[in-house]
Every structure is written in structure tokens, then in C-alpha cells.
Design a protein around this ligand. Sequence first.
Ligand SMILES: Nc1ncnc2c1ncn2[C@@H]1O[C@H](COP(=O)(O)OP(=O)(O)OP(=O)(O)O)[C@@H](O)[C@H]1O
Ligand SMILES: [Mg+2]
Length: 317
Amino acid sequence: MDQPIRMKNNGQISIVLNSETKSQLKEAIKQEAFPKDFSQEHAALKEIEEELSELVGMDEMKKMVKEIYAWIFVNKKREAAGLKAGKQSLHMMFKGNPGTGKTTVARIIGKLFHRMNVLSKGHLIEAERADLVGEYIGHTAQKTRDLVKKSLGGILFVDEAYSLGRGGEKDFGKEAIDTLVKHMEDKQHEFILILAGYSREMDHFLSLNPGLHSRFPLVFDFPDYSVDQLMEIGKKILDEKEYKLSQDAERKVREHLQDVKTTQSQKSFSNGRYVRNLIEKSIRTQAMRLLREDSYDKHELVTIRSNDITFPSLKNK
Ligand SMILES: Nc1ncnc2c1ncn2[C@@H]1O[C@H](COP(=O)(O)OP(=O)(O)OP(=O)(O)O)[C@@H](O)[C@H]1O
Ligand SMILES: [Mg+2]
């Protein structure tokens, strides 16, 4: 076989190995293989990988987190060897619709950086416009400063950050941005700033503040979930709580999600959070049914039936 790599019709790449390439590959893997004590030395990475593996999809993000880990680790080694260690800023931008996992990921990143001694605490402070912007001159700078102070050693996560650029030059939002920028440079290694928001609005926000873009070298995109992914998220939430859907219930949820995804506008559909709310509601409805039926058999306690599932009316079409 002289052509080991072939393109399938469906765009997938199929790699066919002959014995020669196989042994070359084995050799290459051997050379690239991590040392024996890898897992011990990289316990932090392993733990984080385990946590990340709980998240559905997000392949790009998972890869990026590993890259950041490798980069920080290698930098420490370089420092120890007396070489120049790159001082890359770790401030980030998260772009995506509601419920796509931004807060969840920010929390995990906080933990990772804490374990790697990049952050002394690793906690997450969530803020939005109202927490940063004040009512009179000077108030905003003070509010923003106070929040940065609370975040030291951890992450300051500003949701819907684009709203800071909303009011133009005279708005106090501008003062909040300027104060944030000042602190993210002065205290570059004491906290991490994550600006989050819808993709389009964030891009617009950045275009209004050209100096900002280069200050956020790490940009994560959080795409909307497919129906399959939403179902998987739902199953994980149920699993965690020791519940499961009956076959009918599963079909009903799937059909509903298909429906919602085609009828609701992207911005009003809250992805993972929608599924979580749906499940939490159905658990309460199931409890009421069991009470009514007075049946507490173990199988019944675990099973969510299709009648337990009710949907909010589809608004915001
Ligand atoms: N990839 C995922 N795997 C498993 N669960 C997820 C995933 N993404 C989101 N979820 C679940 O969906 C819910 C919402 O996620 P999260 O709060 O992180 O979203 P968000 O992007 O911060 O939303 P918002 O922009 O509205 O604040 C959480 O309960 C989380 O457990
Ligand atoms: Mg959030």
C-alpha cells in the first residue's frame, strides 16, 4: 500500500498503515512518550482533565487548557534553567450564548491555575455592569477597584462585558473599562480577568476599544449545543442526581429540544441551563406524582416518566 492516507467521501480522513509506517509510528510514539513519573508530576493536569471530561463537547477549549498548562509548566522549567521565561498575559475572553458553559469553565480554570500556583486562591468573582459602574464621577473607578481587590488571587469574570461599551464616551462604563485595563496590567500576575458575552456583541465591543484586543490573547468560543449534546448534558445532570428518563420521556425531551432550537432565537435559548431547569422541574413534578400515587418503589423513585415533563410555553420566537 503506497498511499497510507486517503480522503473518504464524507470528508473524514482515513489513515491506512502498512507495516513499515506502523513501526515508524510506534518509534515516534516511543520517542514522544511521556516519562514514567509523568502522571505524578502532572497530577494537577490529570485532575483537571478528569473534571473537563465531565463536560460535553468543548474540544477546542479542552485542548487550549492543556496548551496553557504545558506553556506554564515549560516556562517554570525554563526559569529554573536560567532561560528567559515568557510572560504571557492570561486574561481571557469567552464568547458564546447563554448556558454554553462559560461560568462552569471559568470556575475550572480558576482551580487549575490555583493548583499550578499561578493563582494563590483560584476563586471566581462574577460581576456584571451594575457591579462595576457607579452613579457619579469617581464612583465607578472605586467600585471597579474594589471588585479587582476581591478577585486578587483568583478570577474576575465580567459577564455581558460588552454592556460596558454601550453608552459611548460619556457613559461611566468607559471608566470601568479604563480602570480594568489599568489593573489588569499593574496586577497582571495577581488575578485573571475574563470578559464574557455574546460573540457578536463582544466583537463590536472590541472594535470600539481597539486597545483591548491585544490584551486578551486567549479567546474561547462557546458554540451552541446540538440536540444530541443537550441530551448528553441532561443525562449527566440526571446521573449525578441518580435519576433516569423512561424511554418515552427521553423521546419527549428530544423532540421538545429539537422544537425549541428551531423556534426560539439563539440568544434567548439558554442551552445547558435550559436543560438543567427542565430536569429540575421534572424532578419536582415526579415527586408530586409519587406522593399522589403513594408509590415509592426504588425503580419509581429513580424514573422520570413522560408525564413528569412539562415545558414552558415557547415564547420569544
Ligand atoms: N458542556 C457541558 N457539559 C455539561 N454541562 C454543561 C455544559 N455546558 C453547560 N452545562 C450546564 O449548563 C448550565 C449552565 O452553564 P453555565 O452557567 O456555565 O453557562 P454560561 O455560559 O455561564 O451561561 P450565562 O451566559 O447565561 O451565564 C450549568 O448547569 C452546567 O452544568
Ligand atoms: Mg454564566
